[in-house]
Design a protein around this ligand. Structure first.
Ligand code: DLL
Length: 436
C-alpha cells in the first residue's frame, strides 16, 4: 500500500520476532550501563539472555516517573555525555523537570517515527506544515519539525502564541497541515472566524492534534470549523516525545510504532497485564533508544489495546483514545470524575464552547465542583436569562451522565484563559488549602 513502510504492514510473527530480538538487546544495554536497572534486574533475578519470548516481558521491573526525579538530572543515561546531542525536559506540576536525552541515532529514530506519523495523514514533499507546537524544551515542536523535514515537506516553525501572526502564515503560506494541541487549534479556528477568514479559503487539509486529552466531540468541532481531517497523536517525553502512536485515516485508535516501542496494558492497582480490549494503564518499553532507554515505563495514561485488525493495512496494534490519566481523576463527594468526561458532556450541549475550567473547592467537609464554560456568541447576546437557562441545562446533563451535582457557570465568550500549548482544565483549590 502506498505511503506505508514495510514494517508498518509486516506480518505479526515477523514483527514479534524483531521485538524480542530488540528487547534482549535493550535489556542487555541498560544492564551494562545504568546502575538503577542493573540493581532492579538483579533483584528480579532476570538477565537479557533469560528472555525467551515476549511473554517474559512481565518478568522485567517497572520504571516510574519518580525514578527520573530520584536520579535527576542524568542518572538514567545509558551513554556518556559526549554521545548525547540533544536534551529536552518536561516540567510537570511540581518539583524538578524530567530531563530526557538523545544520541544522534535516537534523533534518527525520532525523525523516522515522526515521518511515519505525518505520512499516516498523507503528508509528503508537496505539503506546507504549520507547526504550532511549542519549540523549546517541550518535545512537540522539534519532534514535528524533524519529522516534517524527513518527509520533505516545507515546515514553518511557528511555535505557539502570536495568534495573529499564525493567521497570516496560515493564509499567505498556504499551509496544508496544522500541528498543535487541540485546544490551541480551537483557539486558532475562533481567531480565523473573528478575522473573517473562511476555512474553505485556506489550504488546510489535515491536522495532527495531541499532547493533551480531547474528545470525539472536539474532533467534530475541529474538523468542521477548520475543514480538515483531525488525527490524534500520542507520545510522551520519557519515551521519546510525539511519535509513539498516531491515527490513520480510519480514525479508530492510534497505531503504535511497535518496532521501537513495546506497549502493554496493566491493571494500575495489581500491575498484572490485561488482555487486548481491557482498559488499564499503558506501559511502554523502548526497544531501540540508546541515550535514555526505559523498561516498562508506567505512563499513567489509561487506554486499551484495540484487538481488531485495521482496514488501513497496518499490522501495528492500536491504542484507544486516551481519555484520562490515573493521576488526573478528581474525587468529588465520592464520585470519580475525569475532566474529559465533563468535556464529553459539554460537547453535547448546543450553545456552549469547549472552553472550560473545572474549579474544585472544599466547603466545610464537602468537596464541590464548579464548571465554568463559555457561551457561544449568540447566547451571550441573548442576555443573562439565556445564560442561566443554559447553565441549568449543562448542570442537568452532568447530573444525568456523571451522577454528580456540579455548580455550572456559563461565562461570556473569550473569558476563559487560552493556552498556547497544553490547556489547563482543572484548578484544585483543595490542594492549596483554599476554602472559598
Ligand atoms: O505531550 C508529547 C507530544 C507532543 C504528544 C505533541 C503529542 C503531540 P509530554 O509533555 O511529556 O509529551 O506529555 C505526555 O501528555 O503522558 C499524556 O498524558 C498526554 N498526552 C499526549 N498525547 C495525548 C493524546 C508530549 N493524544 C503526556 N491524548 C502523556 C491524550 C495525551 N493525552
Amino acid at each position: 500500500m502506498k505511503d506505508l513502510t514495510a514494517i508498518e504492514q509486516a506480518p505479526r510473527d515477523a514483527l514479534r520476532g524483531l521485538q524480542l530480538e530488540r528487547l534482549r538487546r535493550a535489556v542487555a544495554w541498560v544492564e551494562e550501563r545504568v546502575p538503577l536497572y542493573r540493581d532492579r534486574l538483579r533483584q528480579a533475578g532476570v538477565r537479557a539472555e533469560d528472555l525467551r519470548s515476549l511473554d517474559d516481558l512481565r518478568r522485567l521491573p517497572f520504571t516510574v516517573k519518580a525514578d527520573f526525579r530520584d536520579t535527576y538530572p542524568f542518572g538514567l543515561l545509558a551513554v556518556p555525555m559526549d554521545e548525547v546531542i540533544r536534551l529536552h525536559a518536561s516540567s510537570g506540576t511540581t518539583g524538578k523537570p524530567i530531563v530526557v536525552a538523545y544520541t544522534r541515532g535516537d534523533l534518527e529514530t525520532w525523525s523516522e517515527v515522526m515521518a511515519r506519523t505525518l505520512m499516516a495523514g498523507g503528508v509528503g514533499p508537496d505539503d506546507v506544515v504549520h507547526n504550532a507546537y511549542g519549540y523549546g524544551l517541550f518535545t512537540g515542536g522539534l519532534g514535528f519539525h524533524y519529522g516534517a523535514e524527513r518527509v520533505g515537506a516545507a515546515v514553518i516553525p511557528m511555535s505557539g502564541g502570536f495568534t495573529e501572526r499564525q493567521l497570516t502564515a496560515l493564509t499567505d503560506f498556504r499551509s496544508t497541515v496544522l500541528c498543535s494541541t487541540p485546544s490551541y487549534a480551537l483557539h486558532l479556528a475562533e481567531a480565523l472566524e473573528e478575522a473573517g477568514i473562511a476555512s474553505k479559503d485556506l489550504a488546510l487539509r489535515v491536522g495532527f492534534f495531541g499532547a493533551e486529552p480531547w474528545t470525539e466531540g472536539m474532533r467534530d468541532a475541529l474538523e468542521s470549523r477548520l475543514n480538515i481531517m483531525a488525527l490524534n497523536i500520542y507520545g510522551l517525553s520519557e519515551v521519546i516525545g510525539p511519535g509513539v502512536s498516531v491515527e490513520c485515516p480510519e480514525r479508530k485508535g492510534m497505531h503504535v510504532a511497535e518496532d521501537h516501542f513495546l506497549p502493554e496494558i496493566v491493571d494500575p492497582t495489581t500491575l498484572e497485564p490485561l488482555p487486548p480490549g481491557a482498559t488499564g494503564e499503558l506501559v511502554l518499553t523502548t526497544l531501540t533508544k540508546k541515550a535514555l532507554p526505559v523498561l516498562r515505563y508506567r505512563t499513567r495514561d489509561l487506554t486499551a489495546i484495540e484487538p481488531e485488525p485495521c482496514a488501513c493495512g497496518r499490522t501495528l496494534v492500536r491504542i484507544r483514545r486516551i481519555m484520562a490519566r490515573t493521576d488526573d481523576m478528581l474525587i468529588i463527594r465520592g464520585v470519580n470524575v475525569y475532566p474529559s468526561q465533563i468535556e464529553h458532556v459539554l460537547m453535547q450541549v448546543a450553545g456552549v464552547e469547549p472552553h472550560y475550567l473545572l474549579v474544585v473547592r472544599r466547603e466545610g467537609a464537602l468537596d464541590t465542583l464548579e464548571v465554568q464554560v463559555e457561551a457561544r456568541a449568540g447566547v451571550a447576546e441573548a442576555g443573562p436569562e439565556a445564560m442561566r437557562g443554559l447553565a441549568a441545562q449543562v448542570r442537568r446533563r452532568i447530573h444525568e451522565v456523571i451522577g454528580l451535582g456540579a455548580d455550572v457557570t456559563v461565562v461570556p465568550p473569550k473569558t476563559i484563559e487560552r493556552s498556547q500549548g497544553k490547556a489547563k482544565r482543572v484548578q484544585d483549590l483543595r490542594r492549596q488549602g483554599g476554602t472559598s
